[in-house]
Design a protein around this ligand. Structure first.
Ligand code: FES
Length: 390
């Protein structure tokens, strides 16, 4: 309770103790000797907390309606592994993240001059192939992928902008599909209220072996791949959403997402990585984007390529982080170095036991600042440092 009432917002306990006048000794006096005369008050507050506690996760598991909100996919009941597990020290853990980001992918469609010619042929045979809002031929069955509607053909890549075959940036995929089809993927009601929320509402979608993220943000839909190319984590539907200020080129400002893991920002309209620090090795990352729209039948449609092409470029089984992929496990390396669990028990390295492994600055006793501790006794935000709302 003393920590809750005196720590700054999001301040870690280690930093909090360091900020106390006298550090751990001061804290010991407060807790064990009641040097501030607060013990009874803190005990009473702790009892209130204990009495009002309930396990919200257990409640969610017990309530089917609530539990349904935590499904992996918004359009499919079955879950899908997105990372393999490894055994280490007798326990299972997710495989370590890959060391390298991925910047390109491949499709089953070879990209070449002849493909450009083939695309040109297809374009001339489809009267309105470049239209994003082609006529709906069948929309009666809205919840089945087999009811895919209008077929339109993407414009072929121009011959002077072709990347080498099998090396296509994710954001360029949309110009390399052999054809595209509007598919109904999720009821628009999933996004009800999105326009009233600063972050909008997102959905995690599974199509065949591929995972997609659909966003409804500030009156518009966007669709992207679900995998963040930085660590091949399938998390982008949980991204933070932001808008760049309007610029000379873009009057409205560009809506972007920031991956929940390491906050790499990607443009929602184009899929381009927006990190431009000049020395970021991952600047060449990008994500695939798709046309998406809501239709009168109440479904949200996404314009997708043939599913085998989609899976070849973005499928989960292609990009899942594999067991052992990043080489020897970090703890295994450490165990080998220090002896590890050779006889079934962890051996502390001699340097650790003697204290020589510690950094010199940590060996020195720190002088604490003389600032007193300020108790926050009422008001506040309800979070760390303020009076809790419970
Ligand atoms: S996994 Fe690192 S930014 Fe997405």
């Amino acid at each position: 309770m003393f920590y809750i009432r005196t720590a700054d917002r999001l301040q870690r306990t280690a930093r909090w103790i360091e900020s106390l006048p006298g550090g751990i000794n001061y804290l010991r006096d407060v807790v064990l000797k009641d040097s501030l005369g607060l013990a009874a008050e803190l005990e009473s507050q702790m009892q209130d907390l204990v009495d009002s506690y309930f396990d919200e996760w257990a409640e969610a598991v017990k309530d089917p309606e609530l539990a349904a909100k935590f499904a992996q996919f918004s359009n499919a009941k079955d879950g899908q592994d997105t990372v393999e597990r490894e055994d280490e020290r007798g326990q299972k853990r997710p495989a370590w993240w890959p060391k390298q980001a991925v910047t390109t992918t491949t499709t089953t469609i070879a990209v070449s001059q002849s493909d450009a010619a083939r695309g040109e042929e297809a374009r001339s045979s489809v009267s309105d192939s470049s239209s994003d809002s082609a006529t709906l031929k069948s929309s009666s069955s809205s919840d089945s992928l087999s009811s895919a509607t209008t077929v339109s053909t993407s414009p072929p890549p121009s011959s002077d902008s072709l990347e080498p075959p099998n090396q296509i940036p994710f954001s360029s995929l949309r110009t390399h599909w052999s054809s595209t089809t509007w598919m109904p993927l999720i009821p628009a009601s999933h996004f009800d209220g999105a326009d009233d929320l600063p972050n909008g509402i997102s959905a995690t979608i599974r199509v065949s072996d591929t995972q997609l993220a659909i966003f409804r943000v500030r009156g518009r839909y966007y669709a992207t791949q679900q995998m963040c190319p930085h660590k091949r984590a399938f998390v982008l539907s949980d991204s933070l959403v932001g808008t760049n200020p309007p610029s000379e080129e873009k009057q409205e400002g560009e809506v972007y997402i920031a991956c929940p893991h390491h906050k790499t920002p990607f443009s929602l309209p184009t899929g381009a990585c927006l990190t431009s620090t000049g020395n970021n090795p991952n600047e060449s990352m990008s994500i695939a984007t798709f046309d998406v729209e809501e239709r009168e039948d109440g479904m949200v449609y996404v314009k997708l390529p043939p599913l085998d092409e989609l899976d070849a470029a973005l499928g989960t089984s292609r990009w899942i982080v594999r067991r052992g992929e990043t080489g020897a496990a970090q703890l295994e390396e450490m165990d080998q170095k220090f002896g590890g669990f050779g006889d079934g028990r962890w051996k502390r390295p001699a340097a650790v036991v003697s204290g020589k492994a510690r950094k010199p600055e940590l060996r020195q006793k720190k002088e604490k600042d003389e600032k007193g501790v300020e108790m926050i006794v009422e008001g506040g935000c309800g979070g760390c440092g303020g009076t809790p709302d419970w």
